[in-house]
Write a protein that binds this ligand. Structure first.
Ligand code: ATP
Length: 474
């Protein structure tokens, strides 16, 4: 006996084992019981005297101790029915000086009370797990189809018909177009019409992932890959998307080192988890999107040419809203219906003046900007008609400020832009949130939708900027 154990009397050791939540049996290398604790014996309806010296399967129903003592392979968390109870069994081989000498087995829930207790605990955990599983699965299903893409203009119909036609193919798609033109909506719709529609659609915003986490987010990591990593490792988003589609949004923001790894993964159809021993095969369709000029980035050396060709097999350019002004009315009506549901309002329409103003505007933020303008209007609306007064200043006084972002001018009787009288009183928190949203919107307008540039101008990090955009649905 080791020096650390030699001071513990044999009776103590037996009591310690009895106090443990698990019941214990030890067999020699032939599967003959050499030790079994008294509670286990009681549960089996035998005594230690009778059990010791017998083959384990002769005493314990469904025992596999003799097998583990022979194979030397542990068996963890196996279900073992014994005397009408479902037990969880762990079986470990015992090696002394490298030689297999026997095996130790433990079983949990030796009495029905414990079993009930753990069953109850496990049941609620399983329910919680199922809830999050369903939620995650729902989030990973594509939410939109082609019928959600509003627009009847000739150029929009052409793009939509082309996208619908190529949905069934398995080739990579590159969606380009200004911010807010509906690239993400198109990606959802393409997946939804493809043969992969019953598998996951995994959107990945390349601009929102910190550089040092890119590889592990996309390809996952093995157990103990780095300090602070999750025990047991983590599946990468590419593995989650297996058999489905990954949507690489803002692909132009992907760092160069990651572009090489992505290219390799797409070419070899394999990913290598960080710190892992082996590659994992993945079968994916890639849809990428950007509002940046990738060709220019290739020329400048900030985007890999080979990756560009790999992604650009099918190129879909989504027209800006100002290039399809005939769609403004139908999109506005569609958005008003959608927003109406959210705000419990029906029958909201645009006045002729508002519609005219919408036609004059250049919509640098595209459909997203239109959506924001309409949401703001609904918040200020008393009746059912959106009038010029419900529009933000930069649209209302378009001729005067010529699409300049909204500026806050202190209210004064002389000031013609005095809004105080018509503005409802908000709490400080709401006012601050509104100011923050407005600052983001205005900066996005200034940068023509370039989020990275907007984040820089506002002096905040890109992750924080993306979180705020998500919060304010920008
Ligand atoms: N044709 C359309 N019909 C209805 N809604 C649309 C349409 N196009 C875009 N939208 C709406 O506009 C908003 C912006 O769309 P989306 O996020 O797909 O744009 P995006 O081009 O991916 O933008 P970004 O480049 O900034 O990521 C969404 O709320 C979307 O529902």
């Amino acid at each position: 006996m080791s020096t650390t154990m030699k001071n513990i009397p044999q009776t103590w050791l037996e009591e310690i084992i009895r106090l443990s939540i698990e019941r214990l049996v030890i067999v020699d290398r032939h599967g003959v019981i050499v030790y079994i604790d008294s509670d286990y014996c009681e549960f089996l309806g035998t005594t230690a005297e009778k059990a010791i010296g017998q083959l384990a399967p002769d005493i314990i129903e469904n025992s596999r101790m003799h097998i583990v003592a022979k194979t030397g392979k542990e068996e963890i968390e196996e279900i073992q029915p014994i005397n009408g109870s479902v037990m969880i069994a762990n079986r470990y081989p015992i090696f002394i000086d490298g030689e297999l000498v026997g095996a130790m087995g433990t079983v949990m829930f030796p009495n029905p009370e414990n079993l009930m207790h753990y069953n109850h605990k496990i049941q609620s955990l399983v329910e919680e797990l199922n809830f999050y599983k369903t939620k995650a699965e729902k989030e990973l299903k594509s939410k939109y189809s082609f019928k959600d893409l509003t627009g009847n203009s000739r150029n929009f119909r052409g793009v939509k018909a082309f996208a619908e036609r190529i949905s069934v193919s398995d080739s990579s798609v590159l969606l380009t177009g200004e911010s807010g033109t509906g690239k993400e909506l198109f990606a959802h719709a393409i997946h939804n019409s493809s043969l992969r529609r019953n598998h996951q659609f995994v959107p990945i915003n390349c601009a929102a992932i910190p550089e040092e986490l890119f590889e592990s987010e996309l390809f996952g990591y093995a157990d103990g890959a780095f300090t602070g990593s999750k025990k047991g490792g983590k599946k990468g988003l590419f593995e989650v998307a297996n058999n489905g589609t990954v949507f690489l949004d803002e692909i132009g923001e992907m760092p160069l080192f990651m572009q090489s790894k992505l290219l390799r993964a797409l070419q070899e159809k394999e990913i290598h988890p960080v710190g892992g021993q082996k590659n994992i095969r993945v079968d994916l369709r890639v849809i990428a999107a950007t509002n940046r000029d990738l060709e220019k980035m290739v020329e400048e050396g900030s985007f890999r040419q080979d990756l560009y060709y790999r992604l650009n097999v099918i190129h879909i350019e989504i027209p800006a809203l100002r290039e399809r002004k005939e769609d403004i009315e139908s999109i506005s009506n569609e958005l008003l219906m959608k927003l109406g549901k959210r705000f419990y309002r029906t029958g909201i329409e645009l006045s002729t003046e508002v519609l005219n103003r919408f036609h004059q505007h250049s919509w640098p933020g595209n459909v997203r900007e239109l959506e924001n303008v309409l949401e703001r209007a609904i918040n200020l609306l008393d009746g059912n008609k959106v009038e010029l007064a419900h529009l933000p200043l930069y649209l209302r006084d378009q001729e005067v400020v010529n699409f300049q972002p909204e500026v806050h001018v202190p209210a004064s009787p002389e000031n013609p832009l005095n809004q105080a009288a018509s503005t409802p009183v908000l709490t400080l928190k709401e006012t601050l949130a509104q100011a923050e949203k407005l600052a983001l919107q205005n900066t996005l307008l200034l940068t023509n939708g370039n989020k990275l540039e907007a984040a820089k101008l506002l002096g905040i990090g890109k992750t924080s900027f993306y979180e705020k955009c998500k919060l304010y649905q920008l």
